[in-house]
Design a protein around this ligand. Structure first.
Ligand SMILES: Cc1ncc(COP(=O)(O)O)c(C=O)c1O
Length: 377
């Protein structure tokens, strides 16, 4: 079955976060959702539920938990037990629950920079101290500066935040890199909170995603893994997420006041997630092929634009563009004035960068890249 990722679907007027903010002449390529219709099987499952007509309180569905467990085993050879799975309404609440409940006042966290802003907002919101450890470019990949990481550990360090695949930067961390991170965590007795929401968005064939919890029993016991079909299956406004936590004490701590602080996901979200995991592999593969070609277009255009540079994007639909070669004070503002709304790099900790979401129609992407090129003359 063919899927049409070039279809023009008007999002203005649909309460889209990305499409409502800027005037109509601006092409918005910032917040990380895609402009593609959700998979047909997802829409069908949600429609069936609507036709049933009752939208009462629900419980986290066992078939969805089983579909997640089956997926982890099939894709990563990672055996997850049913009671390790905690349902959360999104990955972001999971990040905040981890920072609040897995550390105590006075304890310290380690996180990468640049990184998706909620990995930093979580310790800020919890009132914990933290150190941002720089990522560095090595052989064209954004990886942890392991010397800086070693130097950042403190006696009261308790939690290491990881984003794998990395947003922004697009790195798929390799098993040996994750084994070293897990060994570092073991050496300093750190817990790990690993945001793996982009795990299904692998663009480079032959580079597998490895959940850090799967590298050893020891790593599994100290890790909270956050997963969700939201990004890869185009349902971030209607989806749910999971925290996989082997250790029962950690699981209890993570879930302490779960229902007092965050609500359960909706029954429509459960339907969407279940259909995504069970029925949408062909759709996902078609989308990945489309995104790969978008990624190649972005990389070609940025390489040909003086003043801009970017590393190869192994995963995600997000390009992390270094604009420090441009003679402009604020690259985000500059491109906005030239008709393209990107995410400002300062949001992730690097003000000289911008992040471009290429999860959109190729024709629109090409138009945006033309504007970016002429803004860089
Ligand atoms: C690394 C990362 N984590 C979490 C999220 C959002 O997760 P959710 O919508 O499930 O709360 C995003 C969205 O951009 C993300 O890039």
């Amino acid at each position: 079955m063919g899927f049409d990722f070039d279809e023009v679907i008007e999002r203005r007027g649909s309460w889209s976060m990305r499409w409502e903010r800027d005037p109509p002449e601006v092409i918005p390529l910032w917040v990380a959702d895609t402009d593609f219709r959700a998979p047909p099987a997802v829409l069908a499952a949600m429609s069936r539920r609507l036709a049933h007509g009752i939208l009462g309180y629900s419980v986290p569905p066992a078939p969805l938990r089983d579909a997640l467990i089956e997926r982890m085993q099939r894709l990563y050879g990672w055996r997850v037990e049913p009671d390790w799975v905690v349902f959360v309404p999104g990955v972001v609440p999971g990040l905040h629950l981890a920072a609040r409940h897995l550390t105590r006042p006075g304890e310290h966290l380690l996180l990468p920079r640049p990184v998706y802003h909620h990995l930093k907002r979580a310790p800020e919101g919890a009132g914990r101290e933290f150190t941002e450890v720089p990522l560095t470019l090595a052989d064209g990949r954004w990886v942890w500066d392991e010397d800086a990481l070693a130097g950042a550990a403190r006696p009261r360090s308790r939690l290491l935040m990881l984003c794998n695949p990395q947003n922004p930067g697009g790195t798929i961390f390799r098993r040996d890199e994750l084994e070293r991170l897990a060994a570092f965590a073991a050496k300093h007795d750190l817990l790990i909170c690993s945001d793996e929401i982009h795990a299904d968005l692998l663009l480079d064939v032959g580079k597998p995603h490895v959940p850090i919890a799967s590298v050893s029993r020891e790593a599994s016991r100290r890790t909270v893994t956050l997963l969700s079909p939201n990004k890869a299956f185009g349902i971030p406004g209607a989806g749910c997420a999971f925290a996989v936590i082997e250790d029962a004490d950690l699981r209890r701590a993570f879930s302490t006041d779960h229902h007092a602080t965050v609500h359960d996901a909706s029954v429509l979200a459960y339907e969407a997630a279940l259909a995504a995991y069970r029925e949408c592999e062909p759709w996902l593969q078609a989308q990945l092929a489309y995104l790969r070609a978008n990624r190649d277009l972005v990389e070609r255009e940025i390489a040909a634009t003086p003043g801009l540079a970017m590393a190869h994007v192994e995963a995600t639909f997000l390009a992390w563009i270094d604009a420090s070669g441009l003679d402009v004070a604020d690259p985000y503002r500059h491109f906005l004035e030239h008709g393209v709304a990107l995410s400002p790099g300062r949001q992730f900790g690097s003000p000289r960068f911008v992040r471009l979401n290429f999860g959109t129609r190729r024709e629109l992407l090409a138009q945006a890249l033309t504007r970016i090129r002429s803004a860089s003359r």
